[in-house]
Design a protein around this ligand. Sequence first.
Ligand code: APR
Length: 313
Amino acid sequence: MKIAIIGAGNIGGIVALLAIQRNLGEIVLFDVLDGKAKGKALDLMQMATLLDRKSVSIYGTSSYTDIINADICVITAGVPRASEKESREELLQINLATIRQVACGVREYAPNAFCIIATNPVNVMSYIFYKLSKISKNLVVGMAGILDSARFRTFLSEELRVSARDISTIVLGDHNKNMIPLINFSSVAGVSLMELISMGFLKKEKLDKIIERVRNGGEEIMNLTGNCSAFYAPALSIVEMMESYIDDKKRVLPCSAYLNGEYSLSDMFLGVPVIIGNKGIEQILEIQLEPDERIKLINSSGSMRETISKIKL
Ligand code: APR
C-alpha cells in the first residue's frame, strides 16, 4: 500500500507513526512546508530503525507528483482550531483554500485512492473534496464519529468502571455541539444505556453530563493543552478506517459519508454508520432513529446545506 499523508502536522505525524508501527505500507508525508515534511519523515525513518524496520519506506515532500498512484490519501492539511471562541465553522474559509489545492493534487495524481478527510469542518471539507476531486463517493470518507464515539466510551468507562472495550457507542451527524449520540444504540456488553439506567447502574443525570462532555470533547482538550487541538485519538481513528480498508475488515464505523437518499437526505456529507471494506464505503447503514434524533439530523443537514450553498465550487 502506498499511503500519502497530506498535512504533516500533529495528526499527520501520528498517523505516520502508527502506520509504521503497524506495518501498513509505504508512506509519503506531504506538506506545503517542504522542510517540515522532510524533517518529520527523517525522524520517523530513524524511529523505524529503532523498531528494527529497516525496510520501512517513508518520504517527505511538498510535490504532488510524489503521491502518484497512492492507494490511500489521508487529508490532515489545514489549520486546527486555536481557541474555544473559534468554531470549526470559522475555520471554513481558511481550510477551504487548502482543501481545494489538495483535491486538485489528489485528482491529478491519485484518482483511485481511498481518501480519509480529517480537516475541519469535516462534513463540509469532505463534500468540497469529493466534488472537486471527482473521486467516487465510496472512496471519500470523513473522520469524526469514531473520535466522538471514543470520547463517549472513555467517559462511560470511567463512570461505570467497566472496560471501554465492552462499551459500544454511535455518534452521528455533526462533529460539533450538534452531534447526535445514539442512546438506544449505545450499550455495555449488549445492555443498552437505557436498560442500565432502569437497572440503577447508570444515573440519567450522569449520562446527560457525559453527553455534554462528549459534545465539548475538543474544547476540553484545547483548553487544557493551551490552544492545541487533539491529535492522538484523531490519528488512531484515521488508522482504524485505513486498516478496515486495507484488510477488508468490513468494520461498522460512524463516519462522514456522502448521502444519496439515505436517511432521506441527498447531496451532502453527514456522520452515519458505514461499513468499510476494500471497496471503501461498502454500505451505509440506515438505522431507525428516535423522533428527536431524526429532527437533530434534519437540522444538521439544514445547516450543512446552508453552508455549502454559499461555497462556489
Ligand atoms: N497543503 C498541504 N499542507 C498544508 C496546507 C496545504 N495547502 N496548508 C496547511 N498545511 C499543513 C500545515 O503546514 C501543517 O503542517 O497542514 C498541517 C496541519 O497540521 P497542524 O497545524 O498540526 O494541525 P492538526 O492538528 O494536524 O489538524 C489538521 O485536522 O482535525 C483537523 O481541525 C483539524 O483542520 C485541522 C486538521
